[in-house]
Design a protein around this ligand. Structure first.
Ligand SMILES: *[C@@H]1O[C@H](CO)[C@@H](O)[C@H](O)[C@H]1NC(C)=O
Ligand SMILES: *[C@@H]1O[C@H](CO)[C@@H](O)[C@H](O)[C@H]1NC(C)=O
Ligand SMILES: *[C@@H]1O[C@H](CO)[C@@H](O)[C@H](O)[C@H]1NC(C)=O
Ligand SMILES: *[C@@H]1O[C@H](CO)[C@@H](O)[C@H](O)[C@H]1NC(C)=O
Ligand SMILES: *[C@@H]1O[C@H](CO)[C@@H](O)[C@H](O)[C@H]1NC(C)=O
Ligand SMILES: *[C@@H]1O[C@H](CO)[C@@H](O)[C@H](O)[C@H]1NC(C)=O
Ligand SMILES: *[C@@H]1O[C@H](CO)[C@@H](O)[C@H](O)[C@H]1NC(C)=O
Ligand SMILES: *[C@@H]1O[C@H](CO)[C@@H](O)[C@H](O)[C@H]1NC(C)=O
Ligand SMILES: *[C@@H]1O[C@H](CO)[C@@H](O)[C@H](O)[C@H]1NC(C)=O
Ligand SMILES: *[C@@H]1O[C@H](CO)[C@@H](O)[C@H](O)[C@H]1NC(C)=O
Ligand SMILES: *[C@@H]1O[C@H](CO)[C@@H](O)[C@H](O)[C@H]1NC(C)=O
Ligand SMILES: *[C@@H]1O[C@H](CO)[C@@H](O)[C@H](O)[C@H]1NC(C)=O
Length: 531
């Protein structure tokens, strides 16, 4: 440090003597911490102009320095823990104790016997240790609890609070500090309030101490209780299985109970009921409880209805033998198990339309067809439905009728020794039995097609086919005329003698024709000879 730079202001200071502004000390106050060091700074660039320099604490002398003799007289009480700078006359006190606090006076006397004095007040602060946060309650409950966090520390300080790494934001109502600032008061604590660690910092002018991170679990819930049913349908098949699950938001996790018609059924969050019976019908609800918050929530009620599924559906008929125009039939549809809510009838896959002859009973389970006609024939289906399933049964209805439209088809004429077929047909259920007559003679023939392999004259005549329905007992006839023609007609009329006569006549004719040809050849040769 350059001496001349300081010399001028010092001379001015010296000239003004004891002036308020002339303190040789940099500040009037100093802080120290027990066990630490403190230095009293001066504005003195050099002590060479001074005769004596003394530091006193109150009345007690600490050090007397005579620059001209280069002697420093240090009180033995301080000897071990003081450093003195002979140039600036600054002192450093080490290993401060509480008792070091007080007024320190620096006096400098110059050659003109002017005295320059400065006074500094040392405050010795307690060191900051054991900074920590404690809570008034170990297990706060959301909304119910007022949590008071207390920041404590050893030493002298003021407090600062941090939420995570950010300074705590206070709203004055939900969260506020006590007047001394060492208590954080959180009323109606929320679950998230104390999740990020809270820190408190205790500090004074010289140092600060930070607490360990503090977090606290705030119990909450249960809330948002949710139940689920599998399967989700409101009506369940008897014998099937049902699972009910329950969950809720809660810390600590909720304890669950399932209630059945108001009575406790199970102490688990999930229940499975196998092989459902009607006795399982009723109201199920779940109760969630948090042992810390001591709160309960009850789920909405799930109404379970068990129904027997429809099975073994059958159609029974009052009569198995139905004759067109004469029979009345009653079809009854019933299920072996389960009760039907609806009954539907179909004929040949189309909805059945009741009418004059076709009527349904009030419960629709019986179908009555009066005076059946052949159009009633077909496949009948009844469909039963209830809330859990559907079932159906089929019935093939046969109407016996006929014969109708009996007719014989075939040619009316056939040549001698040719073949012919005549076919007799009839509309009939069951198929008709056929019998044949030629003129009035019963033929031993029972097939629908009458076959003649080689027609002879005796096959001519009036054929009658009779169709007989063995069930209805009805018989209808149809006729067909057949004639066997030409050669056969002559042949049939000739006797043995006539045949012989014809043969002889033919032979004679052949001989005569042969002679005529011979004679003609001879005469033609005679005419040619004159040349
Ligand atoms: C106090 O001063 C001594 C000597 O100058 C030094 O060794 C020590 O580290 C200082 N202590 C503090 C807390 O500054
Ligand atoms: C005294 O203080 C001056 C200025 O701060 C410094 O340069 C010097 O080294 C100090 N002397 C001793 C012995 O500490
Ligand atoms: C800390 O911060 C979290 C997230 O911003 C907030 O939810 C919580 O309430 C705060 N806690 C305090 C004590 O300020
Ligand atoms: C504080 O938080 C840590 C980490 O997030 C966790 O392990 C600890 O259990 C929490 N302590 C309390 C009291 O909630
Ligand atoms: C119902 O549960 C039982 C036992 O877990 C199982 O044996 C059965 O197959 C299940 N029945 C149905 C219809 O899923
Ligand atoms: C189920 O609840 C309904 C309506 O909540 C009620 O009418 C019915 O009586 C309850 N059934 C039983 C068995 O408790
Ligand atoms: C209850 O059922 C739910 C959903 O199937 C499942 O996530 C949960 O783990 C089950 N709880 C228990 C205790 O079995
Ligand atoms: C259904 O009814 C018919 C009579 O209509 C009966 O012959 C048959 O055995 C029944 N089938 C069943 C499965 O009951
Ligand atoms: C019709 O029914 C009546 C009385 O049941 C019976 O006498 C008659 O023979 C029946 N006719 C036919 C074609 O079956
Ligand atoms: C049809 O049969 C059912 C059952 O056998 C019976 O209850 C019903 O009265 C009958 N209906 C008629 C019209 O015969
Ligand atoms: C009818 O013909 C069959 C063979 O086709 C014969 O067995 C039966 O005896 C004949 N009946 C009469 C009455 O001729
Ligand atoms: C059947 O009657 C017709 C006419 O009466 C007759 O021409 C024919 O020869 C008769 N046929 C037989 C086999 O009696």
């Amino acid at each position: 440090m350059d001496f001349y730079n300081f010399r001028v202001p010092l001379l001015i200071l010296a000239a003004f003597g004891r002036c308020a502004l002339s303190s040789p000390l940099l500040s009037a106050k100093a802080n120290g911490v027990i066990g630490k060091n403190v230095t009293f700074k001066t504005t003195i660039p050099s002590t060479t102009d001074f005769l004596t320099i003394t530091w006193n604490k109150g009345q007690d002398n600490i050090i007397t320095h005579i620059p001209s003799k280069n002697t420093q007289n240090i009180d033995e009480k301080y000897a071990s823990r003081i450093s003195y700078n002979a140039t600036t006359c600054e002192i450093q006190l080490r290993s401060l104790t509480k008792e070091d606090g007080g007024e320190y006076i620096l006096s400098l006397v110059n050659s003109e016997a002017h005295t320059l004095t400065g006074q500094i007040h040392l405050e010795v602060l307690e060191p900051i240790t054991d900074v920590m946060i404690t809570s008034n309650i170990p297990e706060p409950v959301e909304f119910d609890s007022t949590v008071i966090l207390t920041c404590s520390a050893k030493g002298s300080f003021t407090y600062k609070w941090f939420n995570g790494s950010e300074p705590l934001v206070l709203d004055g109502t939900h969260m506020r500090l006590n007047p001394t600032g060492n208590q954080l008061i959180i009323t109606e604590v929320r679950r998230t309030d104390l999740r990020r660690p809270i820190f408190c910092i205790a500090e004074n002018l010289l140092e600060s101490g930070k607490s360990a991170p503090f977090n606290l679990t705030v119990s909450y819930g249960p809330e948002n209780i949710v139940t689920m049913q599998t399967p989700t349908v409101p009506f369940l098949k008897k014998g099937s299985n049902l699972t009910l699950t329950c969950s809720a938001n809660s810390d600590p996790p909720a304890q669950f109970k399932w209630m059945f018609n108001g009575a406790e059924r199970s102490q688990t969050p999930n229940i499975t009921i196998t092989n459902l019976e009607e006795e399982n019908n009723g109201n199920y609800s779940c109760v969630a409880n948090n042992v810390k918050t001591n709160r309960n929530v009850v789920s909405p009620v799930a109404l379970v209805t068990v129904l027997e599924a429809l099975s073994g559906t059958n159609i029974s008929s009052s009569t198995s033998l139905l004759i067109a125009g004469n029979s009345t039939v009653n079809l009854t549809c019933s299920a072996k198990a389960g009760n039907a809510d609806t009954v539907e009838w179909l004929k040949d896959s189309k909805p059945l339309t009741p009418g004059d002859r076709v009527t349904l009973s009030a419960d629709k389970k019986s179908l009555t067809i009066a005076q059946v006609v052949k159009g009633d024939m077909g496949e009948y289906k009844c469909q039963l439905k209830n809330k859990v399933n559907q079932d159906e049964a089929r019935y093939k209805m046969v109407i016996n009728y006929g014969p109708e439209n009996v007719k014989v088809q075939g040619k009316n004429a056939v040549k001698f020794e040719e073949g012919i077929q005549m076919s007799c047909s009839a509309d009939s259920v069951p198929p008709s039995m056929y019998s044949w007559k030629l003129n009035d003679t019963v033929m031993n023939y029972s097939r629908s097609i009458y076959v003649i392999e080689k027609a002879k004259a005796g096959d001519s005549g009036m054929y009658t086919c009779e169709a007989l329905n063995p069930i209805t007992g009805m018989a209808i006839k149809a006729t067909h005329k057949l004639a066997v023609t030409e050669v056969g007609a002559v042949d049939e009329g000739l006797s043995g003698g006539a045949i012989a006569g014809i043969v002889i006549a033919v032979i004679v004719a052949v001989i005569i024709i042969g002679c005529i040809i011979k004679c003609r050849r001879k005469s033609s040769t005679d005419i040619a000879s004159p040349y």
